[in-house]
Write a protein that binds this ligand. Structure first.
Ligand SMILES: N[C@@H](CCC(=O)N[C@@H](CS)C(=O)NCC(=O)O)C(=O)O
Length: 201
């Protein structure tokens, strides 16, 4: 398998952490892809022109990150990252959706920051930061129940918070969210998180 990859994408990081945690990373070749470069051929693998996209050995491809994570989870015999049924399944998937929403807002906000002067919308950026803060507040309320577990929801949350550190350090998401900060401190020590940290800026 080949993974269309960018070292700064939080969605790619989620896929990589899932792959490492399930021992599948050795079967995945990383293909560094610039989404801004039409010559990369990305749209042939994902018409939306986004990473991650997973190229399967039969020539087909999968996207987006929740679909890729579910596919990877079907390939191994160990403990599943996506519980098969029951409340645990819906909690894990809801948490993944919330964390992916933090990534969505963060990536949209980042796009706004990079716009040329005169085209920036401070109100749009403020709205995205507000969404990130509201989602982090919701996570703080349930962080005490995260424990030392591992599932797709917790992986996604850690990657979203890692992205907040990477691109929105000035927002200091830990302030006023001690339970979330404590949980993240432990989770971020996992080798899979350490190996996939975004590059220093
Ligand atoms: N919902 C998608 C989001 C993927 C996404 O937005 N990736 C960004 C990189 S962080 C991207 O490729 N952006 C390029 C673009 O939107 O043209 C997923 O979960 O995989």
């Amino acid at each position: 398998m080949k993974l269309r990859y960018s070292p700064t994408s939080p969605y790619v990081r989620k896929v990589l952490v899932a792959a490492i945690e399930t021992g599948l990373d050795k079967r995945i070749e990383l293909v560094t892809t610039s989404t801004a470069d039409p010559a990369s051929g990305l749209v042939k693998d994902n018409p939306l022109g986004k990473v991650p996209a997973l190229l399967l050995d039969d020539g087909s491809s999968l996207y987006d990150s929740p679909v890729i994570c579910e596919y990877l989870d079907s390939l191994h015999a160990g403990p599943k990252l996506i519980p098969a049924s029951g409340p645990q399944r819906w909690t894990a998937l809801r948490r993944q959706a919330l964390a992916d929403g933090i990534m969505d807002a963060g990536v949209l906000g980042r796009g706004e920051v990079l716009r040329p002067e005169g085209e920036k919308s401070p109100a749009f950026l403020a709205l995205q930061r507000q969404k990130m803060a509201a989602a982090a507040d919701a996570l703080e309320k349930e962080a005490a129940s995260f424990g030392t577990g591992l599932d797709i929801g917790l992986i996604a949350i850690a990657c979203a918070l890692g992205y907040a550190d990477f691109r929105y350090a000035a927002d200091e998401w830990r302030k006023g969210r001690p339970a979330l900060a404590k949980w993240y401190e432990g989770f971020a020590k996992r080798p899979a998180m350490q190996r996939t940290a975004p590059p220093a800026q």
